[in-house]
Write a protein that binds this ligand. Sequence first.
Ligand code: ADP
Ligand code: MG
Length: 361
Amino acid sequence: MSESNATASATASESTTPSDGSSGAPLLEVRGLSVVYETSSGTVTAVDNVDLTVNRGEFVAVVGESGCGKSTMLFGIAQLLMSPAKISSGEVIFRGENLVTMNDKELAPVRWRNLSVVMQSAMNALNPVRRIGAQYADTMKAHGVKSKATIRSRSEEVLALVGIDKIHLESYPHQLSGGMRQRAMIAMALLFAPELIIMDEPTSALDVVAQRSLMLQIKELQQQLGFAVLFVTHDMSLVSHFSDRLLVMYAAQEVEFGETRAVFDAPKHPYSEGLLDAFPSIRGPKVPLIGIPGSPPALSAMPPGCRFEPRCPLAYADCKVVEPELYTVDDVLARCLLYSPDHRPKEPAGPIDPTAKGSEP
Ligand code: ADP
Ligand code: MG
């Protein structure tokens, strides 16, 4: 993007217009992505063969219990992994190019301009000893924007987008509240109006009121500017209101992926069902909180069959030994033997009984 484009990029239409001629293809296509941590005590696969797509302007949410590999996956997609983590296989096709095989020099122009990342805590992402304005200027200069006037006006523009007065370009990060810092970070992510913003629980460090207002703002900006979002969150009510599609992860694997509405209305995987039951307020009348008993397996000691089998209320004998694939069920992908042509149970499964014991026969 040229310098003048950096200013023009605030307009809504530009960021939704494909610049790479691949209008029909997804903006982001992750194929068979696996990420391992190689530590002295062995190798663990924290992201196992994940496939996903994000279309232009789409909001894709990722949910799953702590430790299931969500952050590792986002870092793998953004090529921000650091030792001992590394991509062991797979492709990350973004705007038609495989980011996995690009070196830092090739990735540099993509970062911020086409793809930016907002972390859980802006305090870690922002430099504590540089003013907000100086950090925006650094980023723009690193991408060839030289004019002080352009830098100033674009910086004011993005701050205005997130509702922060331009006076705070002079502030240091610690002088802002937690919510303002996250906003300042999101503003920085918007400097070049990227097509994709990857966000890792950007609201989780905030109180509930600030969470909601920041979330509304992210959604408004997304609709106004047209960028796509890949968003990790714990908050199922945010997911239900804001995302177009939903990826459910369990123990490093993708266990369900489909339209958010479809997954909420009729979750296919027993784990998705359990996650939704853990948030009863968004599914009608008040019912006791059921949740999912037990905890996920250690990534270093995966059970041989289905990874969810030890906790699954619907598990049957095959689940202990047969590894489920992703099966297509009503336009949703679900990794559960219930949908396997060869291993589904003899008796059709009834509605999930959460009080039932996890294994049989
Ligand atoms: P999530 O974001 O879903 O909470 P993470 O991606 O942070 O999960 O972590 C996934 C798994 O990767 C963890 O359960 C852990 O086993 C492993 N892991 C994360 N960071 C490291 C690290 N620095 N060294 C070794 N293993 C790690
Ligand atoms: Mg995380």
